[in-house]
Design a protein around this ligand. Structure first.
Ligand code: SF4
Length: 360
């Protein structure tokens, strides 16, 4: 079997939210959602700034009522990435969110309430040039489709999406993306596969209610890894319970692992073993924290020993391998000099920053 890489990419149309293009030739983008109370503008803006620093390319906020709508214009003024409003149940919130300047609204066909209401949202999006996401969710499918299939199967989820896609087409609107999220890998993958076969609109992929850190990361990586491996997916969100900055970091790590995006530092670190005589975990943690702002593609290794370390991380731009009370600095697998353990974090961070400047 030949190499899987570079991964194929399904040909899709494009949708545009603010300055972000999704689909077509655009790189697969990484987005997230705040978990603050949207009405608390200061807290929401603070979280969005942290997401921006992590590289987030579009942020969604929950808009449960008109008070939240009123906060949107003020939030929009303070941030520099496109803003999406997440709407359930009340189409008027979507219309007002668009009037407030949102670049995109996510509506759930299962609870937005029929064609006339969707039509009003589409009219508003046409006026402002905003995008829409048809966000089908396994937990809130339209009753008629749920009755037909008896459960929110992949066929049911994709049928809901396709029905709403046709509606958008009839309304003469094409600036939209589609998602069909389930909470398990099998249904998520199968739903998107059907959708990818049946339409050429850009797809927002993700697993809904994926879980907390380790469980959520593994479930999302399994589903998104399969889909992206088949060329399916134009924008991703890795849903995790907790701080959304982790979602963005995870998104870029996944895209980098699949060689779809090259942003920031790829870390190579060994699991440590009986040969380790330094605290690799603590050193790695400190280095990662200090270098979290670097967006230049680099690979950096932090290894437990000098016996195998440099060899195991030959491709790294720079690396350190532990000894007794010191680390061996190596570049592209070649030893350079020794650095004492007590100053290794500061020294190594300085060296990596210099390489990053040289590459930018
Ligand atoms: Fe063990 Fe050295 Fe390999 Fe780390 S690099 S796992 S310390 S042999």
């Amino acid at each position: 079997m030949g190499s899987l890489f570079p991964l194929p990419r399904r040909k899709s149309r494009t949708a545009k939210a603010g300055n972000l293009i999704m689909g077509g030739e655009a790189p697969v983008s990484v987005q997230s959602m705040t978990n603050t109370d949207t009405r608390d503008v200061a807290a929401t803006v603070r979280q969005i700034h942290n997401l921006e620093k992590a590289g987030c390319e579009l942020v969604r906020v929950a808009v449960p009522d008109m008070q939240a709508v009123e906060a949107l214009a003020r939030i929009k003024e303070e941030i520099s990435i496109p803003l999406a409003a997440d709407i359930h149940f009340d189409y008027r919130l979507a219309v007002e969110a668009l009037r407030a300047g949102c670049d995109k609204v996510r509506i759930n066909p299962g609870n937005i309430g029929g064609r006339e209401k969707v039509e009003k949202v589409v009219e508003a999006a046409k006026l402002t040039g905003a995008a829409i996401r048809i966000g089908v969710n396994s937990g809130s499918l339209e009753p008629e489709i749920l009755n037909k299939y008896g459960r929110p199967s992949s066929e049911a989820l994709s049928e809901s999406a396709l029905k709403n896609i046709r509606m958008m087409e009839e309304l003469g609107f094409d600036n939209f993306v589609v998602s069909v999220k389930a909470s398990d890998v099998e249904r998520t993958v199968n739903s998107y596969r059907i959708l990818a076969r049946e339409c050429d609109y850009p797809l927002h992929i993700g697993v809904t209610e994926a879980g907390d850190e380790v469980g959520g990361l593994i479930k999302s990586s399994a589903a998104l890894g399969i889909l992206l491996g088949e060329g399916i997916g134009d924008t991703i969100r890795i849903s995790l319970t907790g701080n959304p900055v982790k979602e963005v970091e995870a998104g870029f790590i996944l895209l980098r692992a699949l060689k779809l995006r090259y942003i920031g530092i790829e870390y190579i670190s060994c699991p440590t073993c009986g040969r380790t005589e330094v605290d690799v975990e603590a050193v790695l943690k400190k280095i990662k924290k200090k270098l979290s702002d670097i967006k230049v593609p680099l690979s950096v290794a932090v290894m437990g020993c000098a016996v195998n370390g440099p060899g195991e991380a030959q491709e790294a731009d720079a690396g350190i391998a532990g000894g007794k009370g010191e680390f061996l600095l190596f570049m592209k697998g070649k030893p350079v000099r020794k650095i004492s353990e007590d100053i290794v974090v500061e020294e190594f961070v300085k060296i990596v920053r210099e390489i990053a400047v040289g590459k930018s």
